[in-house]
Write a protein of this length. Structure first.
Length: 240
């Protein structure tokens, strides 16, 4: 059977359909919303896939073979499962541009995630992350990083190398200070630090050359008026 797209969205199947393995030329596979608890290792044989959607299931783990999907260059959706870790071979997906692992139970990401050098957007919100790996700084193409609702207190120094980063969401974490690794990021436009533990702001925030919006609401913060004036003077919208 030849078909480039198989869409099983919200069928409640409870298993991966057998017809998938005999489908030639498969490029997009949507298995979201099917109460899947496991994924067979032979998923790695579908090396022609460009998009794989496994969101809104009940997956507790992923097979290492997932890293064998060498053709995956568009989207990988793993959000809204019950994953506690990601397999290190996921880093072999060096052509992937979008990864969503939000809404799981992850406490950390594998350092190999830094090998996913084509990633433009990484979503890991609403997990239990206590740290990011140093490998994060190798994501040189990354433009958007979404980390809302975790337990992060700091970012690794390697984040300073994310020269393409435009959007950074750190809302609802445990930051007591604005991460120093953000200083000098040339293209950072939006920084969301709502609902953290910030009590003061560093002066270098006014030096971020592309910053357009800084959201600081719901922090125990009394920012210096001079800094706020400097940010407003260069066209940055500040919400406190």
């Amino acid at each position: 059977m030849r078909n480039d797209t198989l869409d099983y969205w919200k069928r409640g199947l409870g298993h991966v359909p057998e017809e998938i393995w005999g489908t030639e030329g498969l490029r997009t596979l949507i298995l979201a919303g099917n109460r899947l608890t496991s994924l067979p290792g032979r998923i790695g044989r579908l090396d022609g896939l460009r998009t794989l959607d496994l969101g809104h299931n009940a997956l507790t783990s992923l097979p290492d073979e997932l890293g064998g999907l060498s053709g995956l260059d568009r989207y990988l959706y793993l959000h809204e499962n019950v994953l506690t870790e990601l397999p290190a071979p996921l880093g072999r997906l060096t052509r992937l541009r979008y990864l969503n692992v939000g809404g799981n139970r992850l406490t950390e990401l594998p350092d190999s995630i830094g090998d996913m050098s084509a990633l433009v957007e990484l979503r890991a919100q609403h997990n239990r992350l206590v740290r990011l790996p140093e490998g994060t700084g190798r994501l040189r193409a990354l433009r958007e990083l979404w980390l809302r609702g975790n337990a992060l207190e700091e970012l690794p120094g390697s984040v300073a190398r994310l020269g393409e980063l435009r959007e950074l969401e750190l809302r609802e974490n445990a930051f007591a200070a604005v991460p120093g690794a953000l200083r000098g990021l040339p293209l950072l436009r939006r920084l969301d630090l709502r609902a953290n533990r910030l009590t003061a702001l560093p002066g270098w925030l006014a030096e971020l050359p592309s910053l357009e919006k800084l959201d600081l609401r719901w922090n125990p913060l009394d920012p210096a008026p001079r800094l706020l004036d400097a940010l407003a003077g260069r066209g940055c919208a500040v919400l406190v």
